[in-house]
Structure formats: structure tokens, C-alpha cells
Design a protein around this ligand. Structure first.
Ligand code: NDP
Length: 256
């Protein structure tokens, strides 16, 4: 018999940036644990394709196309959920972008775009979801997707590093204010994962060799390897876990 602690039946999960990659894997994983999932991205066709994939697997899924970094768009999306009677019990702040440039050459607009998408959006969507969780009085779960750069810097990705460091502390700030409402907010810090975001790095032989040599698992991670931690943090199994970050990195941050 499956352990009921991890059962998400009757829960609704919004996973931002879930048209592909890590977000889509987490959406599928939460759906396979019983949740109804809301798939998000900025491109309607990509969101619909992800919804079709999930419903084709027999899962409950619908789409919500909006830009997580646009405050008005976030407000409109949640008003549409309200009108539909849809309550978000589980929020996964996953949408993210990368921009690689040495800091000496980095334009303010590129710094701002990465901070807005990878950090400020988690505050905006988190606030919209948590306000409704508080009003409803049934608690909730927020999972913020960090990175190895939540812990350590790497050259050429300064705004990403600052945003992901901020994600780790945003989860603690959410825990500090929302634990009293039975909301748990935690982060997941993935290692290097095989997704479109890393397409150029995966094709680069020296980067690929560096990933394999630096990581005790000696390989890249796969999106589906984030699912177990996401289900744990979305479920009753983690009801007394708050403000933490769990690295899913093959042991990378544990070694020198
Ligand atoms: P992908 O580039 O494969 O997917 C990113 C998703 O986010 C897409 O669905 C994209 O859709 C969506 N997205 C981007 N910007 C926005 C926006 N403003 N509003 C709504 N949706 C948006 O990335 P990954 O799956 O690799 O990454 C997912 C998360 O995991 C990110 O936060 C990333 O930083 C993090 N991460 C990834 C790692 C990796 O090695 N891949 C390692 C550590 C962390 P669209 O562009 O169509 O809107």
C-alpha cells in the first residue's frame, strides 16, 4: 500500500515555467502523486502541448499562460483562478532564465531581467498564492527552485547567482511569516540538469567534462530526479519542514 503521507489527491499545484524541463517533470510527478496541476509558461502552444502530454498520461492538468515577472499578469491569472473556483494548495516557483556575460560587460537591463524572472517573480507569485492560502485557512506548500548558485558563485552568471542566493533566503523569509498559517516554504537546489537551459553547455566538451569530473555522481542530473524531493516538499510528509533548501546535486556541494 502506498504511504498516504505522500498522497497529493485533492490538492491543486501551480508549477511556474512548466512547459518543459524541470518544471514539466515536477508537474508530471506531482500529478502522478494525485495532484491536479496547472502548467504555466509564456507561450500558449508550448503550455498546451505540455497539458496535452499530461492529460494523455491520465493526469489532471490545465494551462495558465502568463509572465511570472509581470505583476499585472500574475494578478490577472490569480483572479481567473478565483473566478474558476480553483485553489492553489501547492506552488512551485520554477520559472527561470539564464544570461551569461562577465560582470564587467553586463548591462543593467540583463541584470534586471534575470533578477525579475528568477527572484522577484517568486515573491510576486508566492504572495498571490499565499494570500489565498491564508484566507482559506487550510495551509499550503511553496517550493522555490534554487540552484548550486544558491550556495556558491560562478563566473559569468552574476545575476543568476544573486537571484538564486536570494531564493534560498526568500524561502526562509516566507517560513518566518507564513509558518503560523500552516504554510511550508522550502527550496530545492538542483545540480546541473539535462534541460534546454543548458543546451549549449551539454554540447561543449570541456564543460561536459568539468561537470562529470566535479560531481561525485560523475554525470548530469535528469529532470525526473527532482520529483521525489518535490513530492516530499509538496506533501504532508514535510509538514514540520520549513525554510530549508535541499540540494539534489549528486553530492556536488558536499565535496572539494
Ligand atoms: P528551461 O529553460 O528548460 O525551462 C524554463 C521554463 O520557464 C520554460 O517553460 C519557460 O517557458 C519558463 N519561463 C521562463 N521565463 C518565464 C516567465 N517570465 N514567465 C513564465 N514562464 C517562464 O529551464 P530548466 O527546466 O532548466 O530550469 C527550471 C528552473 O530550474 C529554473 O529556475 C532554473 O534556474 C532552475 N535550475 C536549472 C538547472 C539546470 O541545470 N537546468 C540547475 C539549477 C536550477 P517560456 O520561455 O516558454 O515562457
Amino acid at each position: 500500500m502506498a504511504n498516504p503521507l505522500f498522497d497529493l489527491t485533492g490538492r491543486t499545484a501551480l508549477i511556474t515555467g512548466s512547459a518543459r524541463g524541470i518544471g514539466l517533470a515536477i508537474a508530471q510527478g506531482l500529478g502522478e502523486s494525485g495532484a491536479a496541476v496547472v502548467v504555466n509558461g509564456r507561450q500558449p502552444a508550448a503550455v498546451q502541448a505540455a497539458v496535452d502530454k499530461l492529460t494523455g498520461l491520465g493526469l489532471q492538468a490545465q494551462g495558465a499562460v502568463f509572465d511570472v515577472a509581470d505583476e499585472a499578469a500574475v494578478a490577472a491569472a490569480f483572479e481567473a483562478f478565483d473566478a474558476q473556483g480553483l485553489h492553489i494548495d501547492i506552488l512551485v516557483n520554477n520559472a527561470g532564465i539564464q544570461h551569461r556575460a562577465p560582470m564587467l560587460d553586463l548591462a543593467l537591463k540583463d541584470w534586471q531581467r534575470v533578477i525579475d524572472t528568477n527572484l522577484t517573480a517568486a515573491f510576486l507569485v508566492g504572495k498571490a498564492a499565499a494570500r489565498r492560502m491564508v484566507a482559506r485557512g487550510q495551509g499550503g506548500k511553496v517550493i522555490n527552485i534554487g540552484s548550486l548558485t544558491s550556495e556558491a558563485a560562478r563566473a559569468t552568471v552574476a545575476p543568476y547567482t544573486v537571484a538564486k542566493g536570494g531564493i534560498k533566503l526568500l524561502s526562509k523569509a516566507m517560513a518566518a511569516e507564513w509558518a503560523q498559517f500552516n504554510i511550508q516554504a522550502n527550496s530545492i537546489g538542483p545540480g546541473y540538469i539535462l534541460t534546454d537551459m543548458n543546451a549549449a553547455l551539454i554540447q561543449n566538451p570541456s564543460f561536459d567534462a568539468w561537470v562529470k569530473a566535479s560531481n561525485p555522481a560523475q554525470r548530469w542530473g535528469r529532470p525526473e530526479e527532482l520529483v521525489g524531493t518535490a513530492v516530499f516538499l509538496a506533501s504532508a510528509a514535510s509538514n514540520y519542514v520549513n525554510g530549508q533548501i535541499i540540494y539534489v546535486d549528486g553530492g556536488w556541494l558536499s565535496v572539494l
